[in-house]
Design a binder for this molecule. Structure first.
Ligand SMILES: CSC[C@H]1O[C@H](OP(=O)(O)O)[C@H](O)[C@@H]1O
Length: 367
């Protein structure tokens, strides 16, 4: 995606030294566009844990480069396995992280140690290129859903889409998942408007989705997380499109905390609830999302404090609860397949069920 007319991906290798991995510090957005230069697997792990880099497909791609950086320091079998395990353990819910590390290990184990660094950077680059292509395809398939809504509305009526968290290009290598169809609809001239859930506690919607959509000229309105149901009740929402961190073989969807509540409100109001994902987000090993997907529990400090920019332009973190109050901070929830209208993948749209997914991704064709 372009920033001030300059095309960017969310992760890239420094063209000068061909080793350093570059990302945007997402904890500084939207107030500062800062590029982080990562030169070790420890720095990559720290960036993932602190959410300087986040988003299921992107943390997988960056972790893949993290393994390449680790091998630059030590390409032995022992170091490779140790560093791979360390990177895979940085966040538990997004399956893309485990998938990317497993793919890297499958590629690297048979390779001589002296050839592993070059192979690792090459494979990580392939993971990135594939993510971009998958997300562009998700955009094209999701665009059909938006066109269908347009055709059902009056000539000049705008199409209102609600999204939760950030599943835009900054959450992936490029294009995004839930936002890809929205970018494409906007670019072909459809009058789309996006209700952007702020998405407490880390405010990925208010800070990142709003920044992305505004930078691209897409009409949007930031709302508190609890407003979505009210807007749906009053006919202000045509469709909900969200991203995901893990989809089970039978279509249960793990996504940012609060997604389940949006699905319930959408169902109660008879509205379509769609989930956009590349196939790297499908965990074929698990059936029941509620019992088998690990839900990341993050620091209570993310709930008891909020970070923003002061009038003087400085980023500041302030407490919003009494010192004596504790806080719970589950970072994801699971929406059962029965509440999901359908899945938008790089191979097309399907209903959120085992047969639906298997029709698009027969076992012999899975990544
Ligand atoms: C395109 S994946 C986006 C997905 O990742 C987010 O989680 P986090 O910001 O904690 O990395 C959120 O669940 C989004 O839907």
């Amino acid at each position: 995606m372009k920033i001030n007319g300059v095309p960017y991906r969310s992760v890239w290798v420094d063209q000068t030294d061909q080793r350093t991995v570059c990302i945007f510090d997402q904890t500084r957005l939207p107030f500062a566009l800062e590029i982080l230069r990562l030169s070790s697997s420890e720095q990559v792990a720290h960036a993932i844990v602190t959410m300087q880099v986040r988003g299921a497909p992107l943390i997988g791609a960056v972790a893949a480069y993290g393994l390449a950086l680790a091998l630059s320091a030590d390409a032995s079998d022992e170091a490779m396995e140790r560093e791979a395990s360390m990177l895979a353990a940085t966040r538990p819910t997004a399956i893309n992280l485990r998938w990317a590390i497993d793919r890297m290990l499958q590629k690297l184990r048979p390779v001589r140690p002296e050839d592993r660094v070059a192979t690792a950077y090459s494979e990580a680059g392939l993971i990135c290129d594939e993510d971009v292509a998958q997300n562009e395809a998700i955009g094209r398939h999701g665009l059909e859903l938006i066109r269908a809504i347009k055709n059902r509305k009056q000539e000049r009526e705008r199409i209102n889409i609600l999204t939760h968290c950030n599943a835009g290009w900054i959450a992936t290598v490029d294009w995004g998942t839930a936002l890809a169809p929205i970018y494409m609809a906007h670019d072909e001239g459809l009058d789309v408007h996006v209700w952007v859930d702020e998405t407490r506690p880390r405010n990925q919607g208010a800070a990142l989705t709003a920044w992305e959509l505004g930078s691209h000229g897409v009409s949007h309105t930031v709302i508190v997380d609890n407003a979505g149901g009210h807007l749906m009740q009053h006919g202000q929402v045509d469709i909900v499109i969200v991203g995901t961190d893990r989809v089970t073989a039978n279509g249960d969807v793990a996504n940012k905390i609060g997604t389940y509540l949006k699905a319930l409100a959408a169902r109660d109001n008879g509205l379509p609830f769609w989930v956009a994902l590349p196939s790297t987000t499908i965990d074929w090993r698990v059936q029941n999302g509620l019992t088998e997907i690990p839900i990341e529990e993050r620091s209570p400090l993310e709930v008891t404090t909020v970070t923003g920019r002061t009038a003087a332009g400085h980023l500041e973190t302030v407490r919003i609860t009494p010192d004596h109050s504790t806080a719970a901070n589950p970072a994801f929830d699971v929406t059962p397949a029965r509440l999901v209208t359908g899945l938008i993948t790089e191979r097309g749209c399907c209903d959120a069920s085992g047969p639906g997914l298997q029709s698009l991704f027969p076992a012999t064709t899975r990544l």
